[in-house]
Ligand binder design. Sequence first.
Ligand code: HEC
Ligand code: HEC
Ligand code: HEC
Ligand code: HEC
Ligand code: HEC
Ligand code: HEC
Ligand code: HEC
Ligand code: HEC
Length: 440
Amino acid sequence: MKLFKLFMIFLFSANLLMAQTYSADVAGKCMVCHKEKSHGLYNQWYESAHARNNVTCINCHGAEQTEADAFLHEGAYIATLVTPKDCGTCHEKEAIQVSESYHATAAEILESEDAYLANVAGGHQVAITGCENCHGARVKIDKNSPNKLSRESWPNSGIGRINPDGSKGSCNACHTRHSFSVAQSRQPESCSKCHLGPDHPQKEVYEASKHGNTYYTHKDEMNLESQNWVVGRDYYTAPTCATCHISATDKQALSHDVGRRLHWTLRPPVSKYKENHISRRNNMKDVCRTCHGDVFVNGHFYQFDGLVNLYDEKFAKPATDIINMIREKGLREREADYSNDIDWIYWELWHHEGRRARHGAAMMGPDYTWWHGIYEVAHHFYLKFLPAAREYNDKEVNAYIDKLLEDPIHSWVNESNENLKEAIKSNELQKLYKEYFPKN
Ligand code: HEC
Ligand code: HEC
Ligand code: HEC
Ligand code: HEC
Ligand code: HEC
Ligand code: HEC
Ligand code: HEC
Ligand code: HEC
């Protein structure tokens, strides 16, 4: 830690040396004029740790004349964009972690099925003002624009923004400018512009959980302004998103690589393990153990993994087999994806409802696991998806469904109510599901 501080001081002075290529007069004028022209922005900066440490406008906005987005402004070459590479001249460690995180890849979605849906069924503008505002745009240069940035791609602060200097992301996606306050970034709101809504309601799940309850009712006990923020030491009331995914514990240093504590990838139709998932799971358990006992923590993950397996095996795999069969055989009335009802039913089944169930179980929001989750999955699987698939009257598809419905976990649809009630009472039905619990 001490060594890192020394390194920072070294980098910091190196940057000040660089800044000396601008005269103190030019550098000083930025603040003088902007204090008048944009006093809100100026005051945000003035109250910040940066201002206290003499990091001024030019230290971040100063640019080489040769940079694609540089322009001459009041006697100095500057750029409006301050990319991870720019912040990284002083915060190298953070910039490297961000570049290695899954966040940095978030703009690589332009070829995805979601993007097809937005561009075709929606329209191009929605990709710009919707998708790219969360995922990030490829920032384009327009030589005729006053700040060299094309209006089609700026403003943008998407998490994986592709910058003209080749770096990916924008630090102010979480560290809102111009205060860049660390206290702000530790709060759930710094994630919740993006992590919410029908397909990944992490914000809503958190708000509904005991963790969210406790955080919002005791926020003043969270010591958010503290320089060090080690869970259990500097605060212990409740965990925030940052606590579980980014911040330090006694054993782990703070890391901007948000995937290093995840065991699963729950985004695709059928869940996947991450590489080295066991050690990542242990990283997460280490966070929980600050406030909970081992038995409790292991119990939580046993229940969560059980729900993931249930969703995957009972619903996701058969639904995926069926839709693939229908698509490959060219059975749909119209060829284009999403021009038929069944495409939308399947899509919502995994992309909305199935994800909600898994996110609810991961982060302790039972309402999302059941009412917004598996309740919807089951409703749409039995009463919309299977009937829509049957409508094609295809032998193979029907045979698959017939066989599926013979499976004791699905055969309830053809059972009598009395038999089912008896089965629940005698625990018979529950026993059928044992295989979905993780075998550990
Ligand atoms: C004499 C006043 C003045 C000085 C000195 C000045 N600026 Fe500005 N700056 C402005 C005004 C006015 C605008 C807004 C222009 C507009 O509305 O398009 C602006 C715009 C900007 C922008 C946004 C550009 C864009 O269009 O995206 C940045 C970044 C900026 N200034 C940084 C600086 C820095 C860094 C310095 C010091 C080198 C500086 N300014 C010095 C007046 C000034
Ligand atoms: C710690 C680095 C940092 C410092 C110091 C800084 N800025 Fe910025 N500024 C940024 C970032 C980051 C953005 C957003 C650009 C991006 O998305 O890449 C930005 C954007 C801007 C914009 C354009 C966005 C808008 O909302 O219009 C203006 C104007 C601006 N800064 C002016 C200033 C002025 C004036 C100062 C000094 C008082 C200053 N900045 C100090 C990092 C900094
Ligand atoms: C010229 C060097 C320099 C640049 C460029 C720079 N910073 Fe900083 N930053 C510092 C210094 C110095 C501090 C205060 C000492 C510390 O906290 O390590 C600081 C502190 C911070 C903090 C902690 C603030 C707090 O409330 O304690 C954050 C977050 C931060 N910077 C983010 C950024 C981001 C994001 C960028 C790019 C938009 C950036 N910095 C650009 C030097 C810089
Ligand atoms: C500007 C939007 C945005 C913000 C703000 C944001 N994220 Fe993300 N996050 C995303 C996107 C988009 C993805 C999916 C990335 C992809 O598709 O490559 C993602 C993915 C993730 C993942 C999964 C990583 C993996 O390896 O699978 C985690 C965990 C995560 N974010 C946590 C956070 C936390 C915690 C915060 C707040 C401190 C946050 N995010 C703030 C947009 C955002
Ligand atoms: C409100 C912010 C937001 C909007 C708008 C948004 N996304 Fe996302 N997207 C996210 C987040 C956050 C994730 C990661 C969720 C998770 O890990 O649970 C994600 C995940 C994805 C994934 C899965 C990536 C992977 O690697 O598994 C794709 C593909 C995707 N989004 C494409 C799009 C497209 C295309 C659009 C526009 C039609 C769009 N998104 C709109 C925030 C957003
Ligand atoms: C996904 C959201 C997110 C993004 C993107 C992000 N940060 Fe952070 N950052 C955080 C959070 C949360 C903390 C506070 C963690 C803590 O103190 O426990 C933090 C802390 C910091 C700190 C203080 C570190 C310390 O040791 O106290 C610096 C400096 C910083 N970030 C710089 C950056 C830079 C530079 C970038 C872009 C390369 C960046 N951050 C991008 C969420 C983010
Ligand atoms: C108490 C700890 C905790 C809190 C608080 C928390 N999470 Fe999580 N999060 C988890 C766990 C556990 C998982 C599942 C990890 C695994 O794969 O085993 C997870 C998974 C995720 C994922 C991956 C989802 C996917 O589709 O693969 C994202 C994204 C995420 N969380 C974002 C957030 C955001 C944003 C917040 C705050 C609104 C938040 N988390 C709050 C513990 C937490
Ligand atoms: C900073 C302390 C803290 C951390 C870290 C923490 N929790 Fe909690 N957790 C709490 C508190 C406080 C409660 C509420 C206890 C109560 O209901 O009386 C709670 C409740 C729970 C509950 C019960 C939910 C309910 O509705 O009854 C579960 C399950 C849980 N936590 C799991 C986890 C897991 C898993 C992790 C790590 C991914 C974790 N917690 C991390 C403080 C923490």
